[in-house]
Design a protein around this ligand. Structure first.
Ligand SMILES: [Zn+2]
Length: 287
């Protein structure tokens, strides 16, 4: 299992904000202290300007360097543009690894799936997964699918990939919940699976499973996963019911598809995040 991370992603934060550096540092510690899953540690690659500008406007990229908060959830931090670019660089590195047949996970922050073409929101500044998908499309992959199991709708990814040829987006998320979108399918390639709060675990799994079957019918040659762990039963930001075992099952189900898969960390705010990530990685690796 290749894990892409570096120290830049834990060098900023705001006291009391749920999207905190410990999400990464605690997970790194947990992964280093275990021996069941062999890990190759790797660094983000360079963030490619042209790749970013396929997904975002130049104005948006420039705005990241202006010292003013983006919204109540999404503060400006000194060097946030650099940190967001590091997440993008990690996503592009994960794309390379997946294409080379490696099992790979990008363990970075900030997350990206709420960032739209021209707006930072929901703790997200640059949409790493959409950037990676458009890069894959521009460099030879004919059909690329996004599977977004973060408990929040990936509105930014939908905004960027809407009606893009050769790309498809599948999101399973709590509704009503932030950001309030994702109630119906959009365009010809964005498929939304809203799930009510407190849906029992078995029922939630059935929705995850039908979304995955739907994704398979698109016949992707590459799958990019927005891996958020906030549908977990004890996550402080949502009201769903999944357990670590369900994340293992998700990893296993994705591996069984038999196509290259790259996964990027999105949300997940409980102190159990390291266990949830480890369970998912074991599933992906087939351990
Ligand atoms: Zn989330």
């Amino acid at each position: 299992m290749k894990i892409i991370t570096d120290e830049r992603c834990s060098s900023y934060g705001q006291p009391g904000h749920p999207e905190r550096p410990e999400r990464i540092t605690m997970t790194v510690e947990r992964l280093r202290s275990q021996t069941e899953l062999p890990i190759v540690w790797s660094k983000p690659g360079p963030s490619d300007e042209a790749a970013m500008l396929r997904a975002h406007t130049a104005d948006h990229v420039a705005r990241l360097s202006e010292p003013e908060d983006f919204d109540a959830d999404t503060p400006y931090f000194p060097k946030i543009a650099e940190y967001a670019r590091a997440s993008v660089g990690a996503a592009l590195e994960a794309l390379k690894a997946a294409r080379a047949g490696e099992a790979v996970f990008s363990l970075m922050r900030p997350p990206g799936h709420h960032a739209t073409r021209d707006r930072a929101m929901g703790f997200c500044y640059l949409n790493s997964i959409a950037i990676a998908v458009l890069e894959a499309r521009a460099t030879g992959s004919k059909r690329v699918a996004v599977y977004d199991f973060d408990v929040h709708h990936g509105n930014g990814t939908e905004d960027i990939l809407l009606n893009k040829t050769g790309a498809a987006f599948f999101s399973i998320h709590e509704f009503p919940c932030y950001p309030g979108t994702g109630t119906a399918n959009v365009g010809n390639n964005c498929f939304n699976y809203p799930v009510p709060p407190q849906t029992p675990r078995a029922a939630y799994r059935r929705v995850l499973s039908s979304a995955l079957e739907h994704l398979q019918s698109f016949k992707p040659e590459l799958v990019a996963v927005s891996a958020g762990f906030d549908a977990y039963a004890r996550d402080p930001l949502a009201q769903e019911t999944l357990e670590a075992e369900d994340y293992y099952w998700l990893g296993q189900s994705l591996r069984k598809m038999g196509v290259p898969v790259l996964s990027l960390l999105e949300g997940g705010y409980s102190d159990d995040l390291p266990e949830l990530i480890l369970a998912y990685l074991k599933g992906i690796e087939g351990k």
